[in-house]
Design a protein. Structure first.
Length: 351
């Protein structure tokens, strides 16, 4: 009986494998699973590590040091291992993900990390798959989202709204600006991810990751200098906790996790890569509670579960549609067709 059970193929998510195939996983499958586990767990704890790091180092300077150090280390390893010198075209492609994700996205998170609990940040970032699906559709990388995608998006945004509302009430400060900035950071991450997927190159994963880190670190350093973060900063004031947190961010949160992330972008579809968004909040909330003593109210927990459930619906939409039966699937298809026909009529009318 057990042998008839099916599991989702981690490399080709639309294909399913017999449960007994677990015993026959090859190297690509193992690398895929290891990469997923690394971004699930490591990125779930980077919110906490970043919050500790910015206690005694300015935010954008923290991001600059993190990515420049990691980029130099990884670039050296890649070149020594036999990777050829990258071309200017490869540098330009690396700039897109490096600046959008490592510079803008992580810079915003670092900027507000000391003001908002790490679990709250992670939960708002859980809306990433919704934003990613919309950007992928607009960028013509994937097909138009179905009705169930929009339904999950409504649930997710409702969760963000409630989380921001209840978080503001429990802490006595407004989270609205922070939530808007985090959604902007999510948009930057989605654009960088989709664009990287769209212009897939033959650059080796380690070399490409190091180039992105150097771009992100350089961009953050320019922002740091422009903001005057170095004025009044002294290395003598940096605490040991900050050094440990920055080391963790550099080695694990950057080198290990981003190499895994880029490997997944090259070998699997976007929705599976984005699945880390509903695991990271759980890890972040647990780490924040255990290490920093952060607490969530019952309403905040409800909001967080709403976001995570919405992302789960988005990622598991095909099994859910199958479970609910052909009637609902047919009903949603009719609505999709009606919307498409309506758009065509409007185009003809105003052409």
């Amino acid at each position: 009986m057990a042998s008839s059970l099916l599991i989702r193929d981690p490399i080709y998510p639309k294909r399913h494998l017999p449960m007994k195939a677990l015993s026959n996983l090859n190297l690509p499958h193992c690398k895929m699973i290891a990469s997923l586990v690394s971004i699930y767990l490591i990125w779930g704890t980077t919110y906490l590590a970043l919050q500790v790091a910015v206690e005694t180092i300015p935010p954008f300077l923290t991001i600059a040091v993190r990515y420049l150090a990691a980029g130099i280390i990884l670039y050296t390893i890649a070149r020594v291992s036999g990777s050829s010198k990258p071309t200017w075209k490869q540098w330009k492609h690396a700039a897109i993900l490096g600046i959008s994700v490592m510079g803008i996205c992580n810079g915003i998170v670092a900027q507000i990390g000391a003001k908002v609990p790490s679990g709250t940040i992670a939960c708002i970032f859980a809306t990433g798959p919704f934003v990613l699906s919309m950007v992928a559709w607009i960028g013509k990388v994937e097909s138009r989202p179905k009705l169930i995608d929009f339904l999950s998006m409504i649930f997710g945004m409702l969760g963000v709204f409630l989380l921001t509302l209840f978080g503001a009430q429990s802490s006595g400060q407004s989270y609205w600006l922070f939530a808007a900035l985090l959604l902007l950071a999510t948009l930057a991450w989605a654009i960088g991810t989709v664009w990287t997927k769209k212009i897939a190159t033959d650059t080796p994963v380690a070399l490409g990751s190091s180039m992105q880190m150097l771009w992100g670190g350089g961009f953050s350093l320019v922002i740091s200098l422009g903001k005057g973060e170095l004025s009044g900063f002294s290395i003598e004031t940096v605490s040991s906790n900050t050094v440990l947190a920055l080391s963790y961010l550099t080695i694990f949160g950057t080198i290990v996790a981003f190499v895994s992330y880029n490997y997944l972008l090259k070998t699997t579809d976007t929705s599976l890569v984005a699945s880390h968004a509903y695991i990271n909040p759980l890890v972040a909330i647990g780490a924040g509670a255990l290490i920093l003593g952060e607490s969530f109210s019952y309403f905040e927990w409800l909001s967080a579960m709403l976001i995570i459930a919405a992302v789960f619906i988005s990622i598991s939409k095909h099994p859910i549609e199958k479970f609910l039966g052909g009637y609902l699937t047919s009903w949603m298809s009719r609505i999709d067709t009606t919307i498409t026909n309506g758009q065509l009529r409007l185009k003809r009318r105003f052409a």
